[in-house]
Design a protein around this ligand. Structure first.
Ligand code: C5P
Length: 234
């Protein structure tokens, strides 16, 4: 499994995302993350179009529903030929197993499936107060990740700060996909617990997800190349 930079294309519509992707005229076509905003605005056609342009796609829709519904929805996403899909581990092991079944194509191939554990917007206090979960956050994250592994998933989305413990407890081949990446001299924005691409590489992240440090700067191609140089080639 090669290390890769995934660019979070958090744009509100097709035109903005094509303007952005058109800047990448070299041979390297970035791995792209499509989230809810773009998918709900443009529908599945945006996935087909970006795929046709030669990009690999992480479709970040974070499914969470009863097992049968998630299974059927995953079969639809699988037919879109995306490379990575995700769901909420909170949906239970049964939901994750059903998702995997739905995702698997008749020929046995399927996109990678990874789980969101606890969103980074949830902290200990809100977990206790709103969800009545009283265990420490790191144990909750590890428990959800371990459920994901038991269900047969390929990995988790997590903070780069959690990569080491996930790999230690669940094995080196269990994938860690990590947002919260910032350049050492960059603006942190609303991300609180951040690492640089080089630090994420050192921590053992398999994929980093980078949005604004690439999408919201004057020279996105240079920023992407800087990221890849730190994370992939260094
Ligand atoms: O712009 P920025 O680099 O902060 O973008 C990070 C991307 O990763 C966004 O699309 C955000 O929704 C996503 N993400 C995150 N933290 C999580 C899960 C997803 O930042 N825990």
């Amino acid at each position: 499994m090669g290390k890769d930079v995934i660019v979070a294309c958090d744009f509100s519509g097709a035109e903005a995302v094509y303007d952005f992707l058109d800047k990448f005229t070299g041979t390297e076509k970035p791995f792209v993350k499509i989230g809810m905003e773009l998918f709900y605005a443009e529908g599945p056609e945006i996935v087909r179009q970006i795929k046709r342009r030669g990009h690999r796609i992480f479709l970040d829709l974070k499914l969470h529903d009863i097992p049968n519904t998630v299974k059927k929805a995953m079969a639809v996403l699988s037919a879109l030929d995306v490379d990575i899909c995700n769901l909420h581990a909170a949906g239970t092991t049964a939901m994750m197993e059903a998702a995997l079944e739905g995702l698997t194509r008749p020929d046995g191939t399927r996109p990678l499936l990874i789980a969101v554990t606890q969103l980074t917007s949830t902290d200990q206090r809100s977990m206790e107060r709103d969800l009545l979960i009283r265990e420490p956050m790191d144990q909750v994250v590890l428990h959800y990740a371990s459920n994901a592994k038991k269900a047969g998933l390929d990995g988790v989305v997590c903070s780069p700060l959690e990569v080491q413990v996930v790999h230690e407890c669940l094995g080196r081949s269990f994938l860690t996909v990590t947002p919260g990446i910032r350049f050492a001299d960059g603006d942190k924005g609303d991300q609180k617990r951040v690492m640089t691409p080089a630090e994420a590489k050192k921590a053992g992240s398999d994929y980093i997800v980078v949005g604004r440090p690439i999408t919201a700067v004057a020279d996105p191609v240079a920023a992407y190349e800087r990221c890849a140089a730190e994370f992939v080639d260094a």
